[in-house]
Write a protein that binds this ligand. Structure first.
Ligand code: NAP
Length: 352
């Protein structure tokens, strides 16, 4: 099979760097174009990144000498992944879709548009139908959720399907890399920052679309209430979240745990980045922890590493029904890996 040629917009940033790492040697995709701002355009990737390579390991060989381009039509690729700063992502992504490119975006700009799927392959691939309503020429835009939202919706999905869900309270402890390059300037030593601009709103709204239905050409929100509190903590990668849920019907603790453990809707799809299973339930009292659990995930390839959500401390709640802790890797499952999994699914479905 000829590999699909892909471009990465925002290739120099935190999420862009993760794309480089995950796409190096991808069995289905070959990176033919790298693009970023005017500051980086015209330079070899290694020079454009300079001392900003922050994700560990080395810059992959294929990327080092590649000349970074501007984010404009004319890129030699069949698909673009967007890891652009949200201040510019909206218009650039539209322009590229209008020029005929499928765009897989990490940015918030189009997530809640009425004709744009907010895709999580384990949850809502029927939402891809919404693309038919897009008026973007021959191209289209598909988005993946905010990095905290995705960790939350994956365990919520089996609970919703098995027992129904009424209310969810979630408190996050989010890693520095979730703030992109800005994360390195935060006053975070000996500190916790109890505010992340726009994050609580995203966590309260995005799951309703993801867990809802797409029917007769429109999205119908899932009928549950979510209240979120978001904090930045001094961890490099991996968002930890504590969650309390009120179910729609009574369920025993064993049933709740079985429903989380038994969730595996992509089994047999053969997608290289799909974790099998997508939820790992830990028994230890003191897990998950970012340092030890953020790279969790196994599948048919190494690309599934960091793609699973780890859940622990599942127990009864005195006020609502159950509570638990979850952890997901914010730049893998929460960003680049999610986008790549979306593209793998779309390729499998013949959309690319
Ligand atoms: P980042 O580290 O700040 O990187 C931003 C990227 O956008 C850089 O490649 C930068 O290129 C490029 N850029 C900035 N201004 C531009 C312009 N005017 N034209 C073209 N390119 C421009 O941000 P990030 O954390 O990687 O996040 C990227 C996107 O993903 C954001 O929309 C963010 O909200 C979203 N996201 C991030 C995470 C996460 O965990 N970090 C998770 C989910 C979603 P230069 O290097 O040339 O300036």
């Amino acid at each position: 099979m000829r590999k699909v040629k892909v471009g990465v917009l925002g290739a120099t940033g935190m999420v862009g760097q993760r794309f480089m790492q995950l796409l190096a040697g991808h069995p289905w995709f070959e990176v033919t174009e790298l693009a970023a701002s005017e500051r980086s355009a015209g330079k070899p990737y290694e020079e454009a990144v300079g001392d900003r390579w922050k994700i560990g390991g080395e810059i992959p060989d294929f990327a080092r000498g590649k000349i970074v381009k501007e984010c404009k039509p004319g890129l030699d690729c069949d698909l673009v992944f967007s890891a652009l700063d949200s201040s510019v992502a909206g218009l650039i992504e539209e322009e590229l879709a209008m020029a005929g490119y499928p765009v897989c975006s990490n940015s918030r700009n189009h997530r809640m548009d009425p004709d744009v799927p907010l895709l999580v392959p384990e949850i809502n691939h029927d939402h891809l139908e919404a693309i038919k309503g897009q008026k973007l020429g021959d191209g289209f835009i598909v988005t993946n959720p905010n990095c905290s939202t995705i960790g939350l919706v994956i365990p919520l999905k089996p609970l919703l399907d098995s027992f129904g869900l009424k209310r969810v309270f979630v408190t996050t402890m989010q890693a520095l890399s979730g703030a992109g390059f800005k994360g390195f300037d935060l006053d975070i030593q000996d500190n916790v920052l109890p505010y992340i601009g726009g994050e609580e709103e995203k966590m309260e709204m995005e799951p309703l679309k993801i867990l809802g239905r797409f029917e007769k050409g429109r999205f119908l929100d899932a009928g549950l209430g979510i209240s979120a509190q978001c904090n930045r903590v001094n961890v490099q990668n991996g968002h930890l979240e504590t969650v309390n849920v009120e179910l729609g019907s009574k369920a025993g603790l064993d049933d709740v745990i079985s429903s989380l453990k038994g969730f595996n809707p992509l089994e047999g799809f053969g997608l290289p980045s799909a974790p099998n299973p997508p939820i790992i339930v830990k028994e230890e009292d003191d897990r998950p922890q970012p340092k030890y659990d953020r790279d969790a995930g196994e599948g048919i390839s190494e690309l599934a590493r960091g793609m699973a959500v780890t859940v622990g401390r599942v127990r009864e709640c005195r006020i609502l029904d159950y509570k638990f802790v979850l952890l997901s890797h914010n730049t893998i499952r929460g960003a680049a890996g999610a986008s790549i999994l979306n593209a793998e699914l779309m390729l499998k479905k013949g959309m690319i």
